[in-house]
Design a protein around this ligand. Structure first.
Ligand code: ADP
Ligand code: MG
Length: 475
């Protein structure tokens, strides 16, 4: 045969090889694509689970706890004064000083590390550390001699017994501090502050970061009825009518509404999401997370887990010889080493320009031999993992919009995953529009510093109510 006759045959062979590879890859990753039928089923299940959480009889066994927050009205713009805020709930721990003056808000803040040994240590170590950070911050800011009210954004599932009483139900997001579950975290904080005896701070409100996001947006946009977090973890809150909250045991007077912290991250913990969970969702839960069997919805859609999920799929493709000619790198083989931010970087590449993808592969993961086809598949896996997350978050938002059932609602969103991923917001806008009941309009708004500003606003309202009660001789 002449070489002239070989060339088309070779081209054909390599075309077949490419198509077979494509087909093999597709067979592995297609389980990440959820149809609208599946998403609507997820919505129905989530709505049912939320009803179970709100009903007195079913709440004790419900996966989604639907905690009433004791935050019942949104700020009216008259809030003023100086407040401290704490933001603890995942990646960073921050202490903030917030000055409220009507619609003007200014703040100063400092980030402190929570060392690993404290994240998995004892209650006393954790709260002594927090009190020490508050004291350091106040001394640096020259306010150590002032008596300041504090709002605490504590973003773990808590059963609130009042605005300033919150019992931790269980740790999530990599924290595992002994002696805190079941305890009132405000008491633990006050005891640690007393042990130091060098600052005069009273925690007047504990909120969740979802509530912080909602309240701080509501300060500008009165239609803001929903708060959503897509950061280390995922969770949402919304304003619910008191009539629907059987578990409410607080004040029955107007306003007959209360913000519910859904703690939706735990959706699926009773098995209802097993019809969409994949082998790699299971592997991540069992081997990578510190809380197996818990927070299964969160593990499919938040920053702490998406990178690892993508890594597990990439590793599978490598092992099947479908990526990098079957050669992995030490870094790609290390659990937790494919960060969620890589997904954002990789998906930020322009079509067929693999600039970021190549940089992640070469410089972050130490992979030396890769082709353009490899880059394409890496992008593909990342986009499937993040789209599934955005679609699942959309189910949650559509359910909450249907429950609020107002013609026009703003959703406040915070969290680095939503903030920095190049397409998350667009995918969600589109999917929520498809899923939500007809006639309901919505807007998704980025919340800026909700955990600080929101906590200060709630603390301000708490102080105002307390002053009123004091004046009226009620306390
Ligand atoms: P937290 O939820 O703890 O308050 P963040 O909102 O900053 O903190 O979220 C931190 C999470 O966001 C981490 O799990 C991290 O993986 C993820 N993340 C950080 N940067 C990015 C990024 N550029 N793209 C996507 N996810 C990111
Ligand atoms: Mg946060």
């Amino acid at each position: 045969m002449t070489s002239g006759m070989m060339a088309p045959l070779d081209r054909f062979r390599s075309w077949v090889k490419r198509r077979v590879k494509q087909w093999k890859v597709e067979r592995i990753v297609e389980e990440l694509k959820l149809s609208d039928v599946q998403l609507r089923k997820v919505m129905q299940l989530l709505d049912d689970e939320m009803n179970k959480g709100l009903c007195k009889g079913t709440n004790p066994n419900a996966a989604i706890k639907m905690f009433p927050t004791y935050v019942r009205s949104i700020p009216d713009g008259t809030e003023e004064g100086n407040y401290l805020a704490l933001d603890l709930g995942g990646t960073n721990f921050r202490v903030l000083l917030i000055r409220l003056n009507g619609s003007e808000v200014s703040m100063r803040s400092k980030i402190f590390l929570v060392p690993n040994f404290i994240m998995t240590g004892t209650a006393e170590e954790l709260f002594d550390h927090i009190a020490e950070c508050i004291s350091k911050f106040m001394h640096e800011e020259g306010i150590a001699d002032q008596k300041l009210p504090l709002g605490f954004t504590f973003s773990f599932p808590c059963k609130q017994e009042g605005l300033a009483r919150a019992r931790l139900s269980q740790w999530t997001k990599g924290f595992k501090v002994s002696g805190v579950e079941g305890e009132d975290i405000v008491r633990l904080l006050h005891e640690a502050i007393e042990r130091r005896d060098d600052i005069d701070v009273e925690c007047v409100a504990v909120i969740n970061d979802t509530v912080g996001a909602q309240i701080s947006c509501a300060h500008e946009d009165r239609n803001c009825q929903i708060g959503l977090i897509l950061g280390t973890g995922s969770n949402a809150c919304y304003m619910e009518q008191l009539d629907k909250v059987e578990t409410w045991d607080g004040d029955e007077r107007a306003p007959r509404q209360v913000i519910i912290n859904t703690e939706w991250g735990a959706f699926g913990d009773n098995g209802v999401l097993d019809f969409i969970r994949t082998q790699y969702d299971q592997e991540l839960d069992a081997k990578f997370s510190v809380n197996p069997g818990k927070q299964l919805y969160e593990k499919m859609m938040s920053g702490m887990y998406l990178g690892e999920l993508a890594r597990l799929y990439l590793e599978r493709l490598v092992n099947e010889g479908l990526l990098f000619e079957g050669q992995s790198s030490d870094l790609l083989s290390t659990p937790g080493r494919f960060y969620t931010k890589y997904i954002s970087e990789i998906e930020s590449d322009k079509r067929d320009d693999f600039k970021n993808t190549k940089s992640v592969l070469e410089y972050d993961l130490g992979i030396e031999n890769y082709s353009n086809a490899d880059c394409h598949y890496v992008q593909y896996v990342c986009s499937l993992v993040s789209s599934r997350a955005a679609h699942l978050a959309s189910c949650g938002c559509a359910v909450l919009l249907n429950r609020v059932a107002r013609p026009s609602v703003t959703i406040a969103v915070d969290g680095s995953l939503y903030r920095f991923h190049p397409k998350f917001g667009d995918i969600m806008e589109q999917k929520v529009s498809q899923l939500v009941n007809k006639g309901l309009k919505f807007k998704i708004m980025l919340s800026h510093d909700g955990s600080g500003k929101g906590a200060a606003l709630v603390a301000a309202v708490a102080c105002r109510i307390r002053d009123e009660q004091k004046r009226n001789g009620l306390i």
